[in-house]
Design a protein around this ligand. Structure first.
Ligand SMILES: [Zn+2]
Length: 134
C-alpha cells in the first residue's frame, strides 16, 4: 500500500544535523533559545554525529505516520523521517542520519519544514534481513 517517496533528495554532500549544547550544564537540546535544564541562554551550536535510536512515540497523528522521535547519541531528541520498512521501525532501533532537515519556501510564501531523514542502521546481516522481509 505504501507509495515510494523517492530518496533522491539530499544527494549532494553529507547530511548535517545541528543541535544546541548548554555551556553551563552540558544539556543538549534543539530549537530552543534557552537551556531546558538550567535556563541559561549560553547555548553553542554543535554538529551531531548523526547516530541515534528510535524513541517511543506517544501520540501518532495520522499525517505524521512516517515521523519518529529519535534520541541522538548526544542526548537530544529530534523528530525525523525514518527510511526503512515500516514493520522494522520501532523504538530501540538504531538509525543513522541520511538527510539534512530542509526548509523550503513555497510559492505562496509559506515555510515548509522537512524533518531530517534517518535510515535504519542494521545491526544484523542486511542480506538475510531483506530476504526475510520479502
Ligand atoms: Zn543548562
Amino acid at each position: 500500500m505504501s507509495r515510494g517517496e523517492g530518496s533522491d533528495e539530499d544527494s549532494g554532500g553529507a547530511p548535517k544535523l545541528f543541535f544546541l549544547r548548554c555551556t553551563w550544564c552540558g544539556t543538549a537540546t534543539i530549537r530552543r533559545s534557552v537551556c531546558p535544564a538550567c535556563w541559561s541562554s549560553d547555548l553553542v551550536t554543535e554538529r551531531s554525529e548523526g547516530v541515534g535510536v528510535v524513541a517511543s512515540r506517544r501520540h501518532t497523528p495520522m499525517d505524521q505516520g512516517g515521523l519518529w522521535p529519535v534520541r541522538m547519541k548526544e542526548g537530544f531528541v529530534v523528530r525525523c523521517r525514518v527510511d526503512g520498512p515500516p514493520h522494522a521501525v520501532r523504538p530501540g532501533v538504531q538509525v543513522r542520519l541520511a538527510g539534512s532537515a530542509i526548509t523550503l519556501i513555497s510559492a505562496g510564501g509559506r515555510v515548509i519544514r522537512r524533518e531530517p531523514l534517518v535510515r535504519l542502521c542494521a545491526d544484523f546481516p542486511l542480506d538475510g534481513w531483506i530476504r526475510d522481509a520479502g
